[in-house]
Design a protein around this ligand. Structure first.
Ligand code: NAP
Length: 218
């Protein structure tokens, strides 16, 4: 399987690329900083330089040619302001989905976030509100498209080692945390189970093995 990952040098993306290449799939990461190519090679991933805040849908569609699946794992990240929550967390996901349609790549896994299901609470931090609003808009855009999408909403991400034990369920799931390594494993499993399309699934640490949890939705 040839999988193109938006935000290819992100923490989840690098873990996912290692999992995919380790099992014989091809992982292609879209990055905006050419200095990150060496790290991508270490993960045995191919790097394509593409700034998702500058590219057009046609530009990206060319990069998706021949792909079997797209994973949106980009994000403006901590320290960014409201404007980049919109230009990356919303607009770059919309761009990838539009490009996937144009390139005829039906399978699309989007990394969203717990909290995207409800409007931000009154009085919440402006940047947090912009983040949740951007994630919700990206989800809504994807649901409206003729794609085989799956939306994954992780809880708070940690850099702890993989446990392989998760709770994956339609919302609402009680808030919790989850290692990025387990999120990567869930995405890899979702790619193997196209029957999970058209589902929005929240993800925290739990007591179900990844394979069984994903299988139960396919
Ligand atoms: N933090 C949490 O607790 C939490 C919880 C739930 C969900 N999430 C979501 O999970 C996803 C992945 O998380 P993560 O920790 O793996 O993220 P991360 O390490 O911050 O990676 C995000 C990647 O997106 C890339 N990116 C940003 N702008 C870009 C652009 N214009 N063009 C191309 N790439 C661009 C970044 O590249 P640069 O190095 O060039 O900036 C970075 O490699 C994000 O969508 C995040 O919102 C996070």
């Amino acid at each position: 399987m040839r999988v193109v990952i938006a935000g290819g040098h992100g923490k989840i993306a690098l873990l996912l690329e290692r999992l995919l290449t380790g099992r014989g799939d091809q992982a292609i990461g879209l990055i905006r900083n050419p200095a990150q190519v060496a790290d991508m090679r270490q993960a045995d991933a191919e790097a394509l330089v593409c700034d998702l805040e500058a590219a057009s849908a046609d530009d990206v569609a060319v990069l998706l040619s021949g792909a079997d699946a797209v994973v949106f794992a980009a994000g403006a990240g901590p320290g960014s302001g409201a404007a980049r929550k919109d230009s990356v967390d919303r607009a770059a996901s919309v761009l990838m989905a539009e490009a996937a349609e144009r390139a005829g790549v039906r399978r699309f896994v989007q990394v969203s976030a717990m909290g995207a299901g409800q409007p931000p609470r009154a009085g919440s931090d402006e940047v947090w509100a912009a983040y949740i609003t951007a994630k919700a808009a990206a989800e809504a855009d994807l649901r409206a498209r003729d794609l085989d999408w799956t939306i994954v909403r992780p809880g708070g991400l940690t850099d702890a080692p993989a446990t392989g034990q998760i709770r994956l369920a339609p919302p609402p799931v009680p808030r919790g945390t989850v290692p990025r390594a387990d999120v990567a494993a869930v995405i890899a499993a979702l790619l193997d189970h196209p029957g999970t399309r058209h589902r929005t699934l929240e993800l925290v640490s739990g007591d179900s093995p990844v394979a069984a949890a994903v299988q139960s939705f396919s």
